[in-house]
Design a protein around this ligand. Structure first.
Ligand code: ADP
Ligand code: MG
Length: 276
């Protein structure tokens, strides 16, 4: 049911963790911004009905006529639902209020787990997608919307907050990724795990981080995203942290994360990413 994608097509990364508040949206927006700043053409797909990525990028809701809902359920083209953002090189398929009902509506639809993948394939069949990366911001659940992201994606990037239950949540996520891989999208892989809102002074953070690193080894990014008030403030100014305050520790960490990610991606054989 899944066609291999053409070489040179965008690398599609789902940012997923069924826990809320772990830094998915912050990572999606700031990683995408850092990649754009490196000259990579980037598209964010906001698949969370809460629409934090869309509001954090100052897309006001009456500007958002078409979005992810219309692409998944309404048959709108990807291009029609895509808007520019304040960040050069970075576009977004925003959330519209109807996305909240999509979970229910999708159940009844044909190829319900493949809706996003099919929409991307339809768009790519007309002309090559004008992106190097597509970053999908998932809702905090392992629902049909997240499944659509995992089926459309090449890989999953997992933001993880180093708290007591982090590892339990992670094993459930890994089982889901495994099931998707076996049943729906055989190429899906774990792109990486990134530790978010990290506080070096917290011994619990440190203990969990070392457990996660012991378990996932090189999958865990060296870059840790520190807890940083500027990062938390940025969305209320309608900007990614990187535009709000490029010098703050959080922005700098996202720049390093993008550098590490590009290094990993260039290491993949048979993939062409356009140069910066
Ligand atoms: P999710 O998308 O997983 O629900 P968010 O990215 O929305 O998580 O982050 C949850 C909350 O934590 C938000 O209020 C966000 O601004 C804040 N936050 C995220 N990353 C950081 C950080 N590195 N430092 C401080 N606050 C952060
Ligand atoms: Mg979110």
């Amino acid at each position: 049911a899944v066609e291999p994608r053409a070489p040179g097509s965008p690398r599609i990364i789902a940012i997923a963790n069924q826990k809320g508040g772990v830094g998915k949206t912050t990572t999606a927006v700031n990683l995408a911004t850092a990649l754009s700043a490196c000259g990579r053409r980037t598209l964010i797909v906001d698949l969370d009905p809460q629409g934090n990525a869309s509001t954090g990028l100052a897309l006001d809701s009456n500007q958002r006529r078409l979005g992810a809902y219309q692409v998944l359920v309404g048959g709108a083209s990807l291009a029609a639902a895509t808007q520019p953002t304040v960040v050069p090189n970075m576009s977004i398929v925003p959330t519209t209020p109807d996305l909240a009902g999509a979970e229910i509506e999708l159940i009844e639809l044909d190829r319900r787990e493949y809706r996003l993948r099919d929409a991307l394939a339809r768009a790519a069949s007309k002309e090559p997608l004008p992106y190097d990366f597509i970053i999908i911001d998932c809702p905090p659940s392992l629902s049909l919307l997240t499944l659509n992201a995992m089926v459309a994606a090449d890989c999953v990037l997992v933001p993880l907050q180093c708290e007591f239950y982090a590892l339990e949540g992670l094993s459930q996520l890994m089982r889901t990724i495994d099931r998707v891989k076996r049943a729906l999208n055989p190429v899906l892989e774990i792109q990486g795990v990134v530790l978010t809102m990290y506080d070096k002074r917290s011994s619990l953070n440190e203990q969990v981080a070392s457990d996660v690193r012991a378990h996932f080894g090189a999958k865990v990014y060296e870059t840790e995203i520190p807890r940083n008030v500027r990062v938390a403030e940025a969305p209320s100014h309608g900007k990614p942290a990187l535009l709000y305050d490029i010098r703050c520790a959080g922005s700098q960490a996202y720049v390093r994360l993008a550098g590490e990610l590009l290094k990993r991606e260039h290491g993949l054989s048979g993939r062409s990413l356009s140069a910066a």
